[in-house]
Design a protein around this ligand. Structure first.
Ligand SMILES: Cc1cc2nc3c(=O)[nH]c(=O)nc-3n(C[C@H](O)[C@H](O)[C@H](O)COP(=O)(O)OP(=O)(O)OC[C@H]3O[C@@H](n4cnc5c(N)ncnc54)[C@H](O)[C@@H]3O)c2cc1C
Ligand code: SF4
Length: 451
């Protein structure tokens, strides 16, 4: 047992290296060929399949499952990649319980859907393991497109544009590509460096150049990109983090959950990553669950998620919530933070119970305190560094149809734009659809969007 296991404060090495390895293994290990055939045989290959409608990238799910059932998994992978070039990552991170699997007719009839996500991973992993890129570029159009952001939206847009013969330059503020696939997704969902391997594989199409540490508003400007390129796509995500607005939130060890997850994803030695003994996570979405679960897996003794509304309103799906509680996380609902107490570092967080009625959320007079040596804010992200001349709507870049912004020649998609739901798969769909629209405008060719 590690010496530091029950030490108070924020310390590294609460668990032994072996315990950490065991805790951070793949949360949903891949299917064997036999398991995949058995899972595929459960599909009814529905006409007008509801699972397709529920997929934001409209993958032809019954077709790819039939291709697995008939032992042509590479054809299945191509069906998936044609609609969603991030089929590998989406197979790992999509909340399938609220998307395709939630809509599967087997779910309604038997309470157990076809394992669409696992089958998608089976097919895509098999083809990607061969290393070579399966798509060929169309002849060069001579057009040049700038993409801001190398996250799922930007890379999906870039891949589709490159496939159509355009030359793409991606500008990203960070030193590595992948966006939140690399810096945000929980470690146990995408193990063994999958995010970088997937980007390398995707770039195998050719015609895409990435320039790192190039931030829009600093090293590059929208006017400059518009002048130099035939079109611009903005896929810059939500780089800002919302504040708690609780007294004393500037105390030491009150951190953004996304920064904690980023550090964890980039750590080469998890035993060196400091974690509290009593951790409080404030928020109710996927980020809150991921921060809380990973805090537990690093060895935090007591981890609580505190959410200001009713449990049914949490952004994290029921499946994610169950994952948190199964990992020993306590979920407290209808409570909002009002003060962070401590002398320099946080020691306790004070909450008010809330009521949620027709007139909105109200703080009651009932208060309680939770012991905390580390607090993670997971109350949402916001747009940062967006050019002033772009029209915004509800804090995001306003788009119409397939990503057209208020400025001619400028498209946007993914988390930074309206119309999405802050999921990897939606970002991929928006990037792809914007690329199709850009191509149609640049060349006069018809759009090719599945579904
Ligand atoms: C902690 C966490 C966990 C999540 N887990 C899941 C999950 O399990 N499943 C799921 O479906 N979704 C999940 N999501 C949501 C998902 O990650 C996002 O919806 C998705 O990554 C959005 O893709 P994007 O390309 O729009 O933005 P991002 O992935 O944020 O990529 C934006 C890119 O733009 C770059 N950038 C930002 N500003 C600038 C600038 N000014 N100039 C140049 N470059 C810039 C960034 O460096 C980044 O590379 C999670 C999100 C978080 C925060
Ligand atoms: S809804 Fe379910 S059973 Fe029907 S095609 Fe989709 S995966 Fe197969």
């Amino acid at each position: 047992m590690s010496q530091a296991r029950l030490s108070p404060g924020v310390v590294p090495g609460r668990l032994t290296p072996n315990e950490l390895v065991a805790n951070f293994v793949d949360v949903a290990p891949p299917l064997t060929p036999h398991e995949a055939r058995v899972a595929a045989d459960r599909c009814y290959f529905c006409h007008d399949a509801p699972c397709i409608t529920a997929c934001p990238t409209s993958i032809d799910i019954p077709l790819f499952i039939r291709q697995i059932a008939t032992e042509t998994p590479d054809a299945a992978a191509m069906t998936i990649f044609h609609a969603n070039i991030f089929g590998g990552m989406c197979a790992r991170v999509c909340p399938t319980e609220t998307l395709c699997e939630g809509a599967c007719v087997r779910m309604e009839a038997e309470g157990k859907p076809v394992e669409i996500g696992a089958l998608q991973r089976f097919a895509t992993d098999g083809l990607m393991a061969r290393g070579s890129h399966p798509f060929k570029r169309a002849p060069s159009t001579g057009k040049r497109v700038a993409v801001v952001g190398a996250g799922p939206a930007g890379l999906s847009c870039a891949h589709r544009l490159a496939a159509k013969g355009h030359d793409v330059t991606i500008f990203d503020a960070r030193p590595k590509p992948g966006g939140l696939n690399e810096y945000g997704i929980a470690s146990y969902k995408a193990v063994d460096g999958f995010a970088q391997a997937e980007v390398d594989w995707l770039l195998g199409i050719g015609g895409i150049q990435i320039r790192h540490e190039q931030r829009l508003g600093e090293q590059i400007s929208l006017d400059g990109l518009k002048a130099e390129y035939d079109a611009v796509f903005l896929g810059m995500g939500l780089a800002g983090v919302n504040a708690l607005r609780a007294q004393g939130e500037d105390r030491r060890n009150v951190l953004d959950a996304v920064s904690f997850i980023r550090d964890l994803r980039q750590a080469t030695d998890l035993a060196a990553l400091p974690i509290g003994r009593d951790v409080v996570v404030i928020g109710g979405g996927m980020t809150a669950v991921d921060a809380a679960v990973q805090a537990r897996l690093l060895g935090a003794e007591n981890v609580s998620i505190v959410y200001r509304r009713d449990q049914s309103r949490m952004g994290a799906s029921r499946h994610e919530q169950d994952h948190a509680t199964a990992n020993g996380v306590r979920i407290i609902c209808n409570a909002a933070p009002v003060a962070v107490h401590g002398n320099g570092s946080v020691v306790e967080v004070e909450f008010c119970y809330t009521t949620d009625g027709p007139s909105g959320l109200t703080l009651t007079d009932n208060r309680f305190r939770l012991k905390a040596d580390q607090v993670f804010r997971a109350i949402g992200q916001r747009l940062q560094g967006v050019p002033e001349e772009l029209k915004l709507q509800n804090g995001k870049i306003a788009i119409t149809g397939p990503g057209r912004t208020s400025l001619g020649g400028v498209w946007a998609g993914g988390d930074c734009a309206t119309g999405g739901d802050d999921l990897t798969v939606t970002a991929v769909a928006q990037g792809r659809d914007a690329a199709e629209d850009m191509d149609a405008l640049l060349t006069g060719r018809p759009v090719e969007i599945p579904g």
